[in-house]
Design a protein around this ligand. Sequence first.
Ligand code: M6R
Length: 369
Amino acid sequence: EKGGYDHFMLKEIAEQPRAVADTLLGRVGADGLLTLDEMRLSDQELRDINKIIVVACGTSYHAGLIAKYAIEHWAGIPCEVELASEFRYRDPILTRDTLVVVISQSGETMDTLMAVRHAREQRSRVLAICNVNGSTIPRESDAVLYTHAGPEVAVASTKAFLTQLVACYLVALYFAQVRGTKFGDEISQIIAELAETPSRIEEVLETMEPVRELARSLADERCVLFLGRHVGFPVALEGALKLKELAYMHAEGFAAGELKHGPIALIDEGLPVVVVVPSPLGQRVTHEKIVSNIQEIRARGAKTIVIAEEGDSTVEPYADALIRVPAVPTLLQPLVATVPLQVFACELATAKGHDVDQPRNLAKSVTVE
Ligand code: M6R
């Protein structure tokens, strides 16, 4: 049932183009706009929402962090993102006009379920983004937007993450559509770009051999750092989480802008640092800043592993290893930039002889708080 792959994780990484396409399926009308009846809120109710709080754990939380950029940029609604285990034990200010979006692959994560209950007790509306039909979280939520990743068996989440991102983009765009914060043709344009991402992901998958080779060469390292900005920051966090889970290595993701506020002290001769570079066109300012970060860490001895858009030549002189991803609109970059990090972690763990599908101490769904 691994379909010829050595591990479920590899199979699930390979299934990502299809998973992304399936999650879009049936949600776009002939006019190129969204039909998301699943939201189960009237247009007036959608217009009345004045705050969105996204709540999740682990990889799903990273999807939430990316959702914030899309929701604020496209829909213009204030958005907070919080770990379910923290949300639950503070006193979040929730009203009927707050939409709580919970993200959970399994639909059974206890911390996230408790957050659903906490939000509903305070009369907030809860929308679940979930991959498992009929699981507990969607059953207890007001509405559900299913991701269509298909069963995810490997403990480390891969295809579920990419489809969660798609669902988050759809929610953000739907709000923009209903509230009129973007024109219809801008929305259909973004949706068309989204519909192109399965083939972009396919392209990434076809160029992974150098990434595997690189991963194997780093199997004896003790620590890897990950840096990113804007939506590349949660991608860095996700890259680090994958490496912790699978390779049992110390891996840490930072916002590149924070470097000088502390983390740069960690940079030492030969330390591998993965940098997710924003698009030079879509993110001109942050792009410039991150290129100087790469120079700074390299001058201090870091081995720079740079993930950059095709055609971005500015990074070439400072990259010890360069991983190319296709150019896509800035907010969609995580759909392509995460993939090499999944492959990297999987290969490195395999090189160390670890069980990538069943890493030590971890369970697929965490049903205790
Ligand atoms: O099923 P959920 O999405 O609620 O699970 C949340 C986390 O437990 C999960 O994403 C975990 O971090 C994965 N092992 C990450 O690879």
